[in-house]
Design a binder for this molecule. Structure first.
Ligand SMILES: O=C(O)CCC(=O)C(=O)O
Ligand SMILES: [Fe+2]
Length: 238
């Protein structure tokens, strides 16, 4: 049996929230043990090899069964961490929703296609666990333009924001800002096993590419869809 993950205190949750608000992101250090990270690394290495050295991703906890990522998805302590952070910010009780969970493994030339695509997440809180952080010319940093919008009341307004961002012109400007190391962008050099939290819905963000001969692997837990009840969203999904 594996013990549950570490609990965070109310004051730790408060400091996380103020770091996310002020700095654009917050960190929980050494959330996973070294042996858990080692196990995830071998899962990723095998997956990349099986895919023939190209980008692979896994969505949902069933696809990572038996790993620490499945245990996180089912962990009461990890859920309390997320809901405390959410509740301290919104002042609302966290609705009971599953995570939108994804494991991304970037490698090879196809890794470039999955980099520098600036976006807003559809979920309020993003928790990112780095597994492989490559060292080298391009180390695949996380780039965040923090807290540039509010959580929208209307799903239609959220769609408009996404359209304004997901077009060649906006993407070009953001890439240029990244290249010029604009002080408005927060560049996060990540440490495997630490957790990185940010307001994914409110922040424009992406990852930089890594060298094609390296692997960059991140697990993401996206938490709380503010538009889960939207009739328009349901209609468009049909
Ligand atoms: O892998 C990363 O660093 C970020 C990925 C991301 O933003 C996402 O999957 O929503
Ligand atoms: Fe994202």
């Amino acid at each position: 049996m594996h013990p549950d993950f570490a609990e965070i205190s109310d004051s730790e949750a408060d400091s996380l929230v103020s770091a996310i608000d002020r700095e654009g992101y917050g960190v929980v250090q050494a959330y996973l043990r070294d042996d858990e990270i080692a196990e995830l690394r071998s899962f990723v290495n095998q997956a990349v090899q099986a895919a023939g050295g190209v980008y692979v991703s896994f969505t949902g906890h069933e696809s990572v069964a038996g790993t620490a990522l499945e245990r996180m998805a089912n962990s009461p302590a990890f859920r309390r961490l997320c809901s405390k952070v959410y509740e301290r910010t919104t002042g609302q009780p966290a609705p009971d929703q599953p995570y939108y969970q994804i494991l991304r493994c970037l490698t090879g030339p196809s890794g470039q296609k999955h980099s520098l695509r600036f976006h807003y997440d559809s979920y309020v809180l993003t928790v990112l666990l780095p597994i492989h952080v490559p060292r080298g010319q391009n180390s695949g940093d996380l780039i965040v333009l923090p807290n540039v919008r509010k959580v929208r009341q209307l799903y239609a307004r959220n769609l408009l924001d996404k359209i304004l961002l997901d077009n060649p012109f906006s993407q070009f400007l953001l890439r240029r800002m990244t290249k010029a190391s604009s002080p408005r962008l927060v560049r996060i050099k990540m440490n495997p096993g630490d957790l990185y939290l940010f307001w994914g819905y409110r922040s424009v963000h992406t990852n930089e590419p890594c060298d094609p001969d390296k692997i960059r692997a991140t697990a993401l837990f996206h938490y709380i869809d503010p538009h889960s009840d939207s009739a328009l969203k349901k209609l468009l999904r049909k």
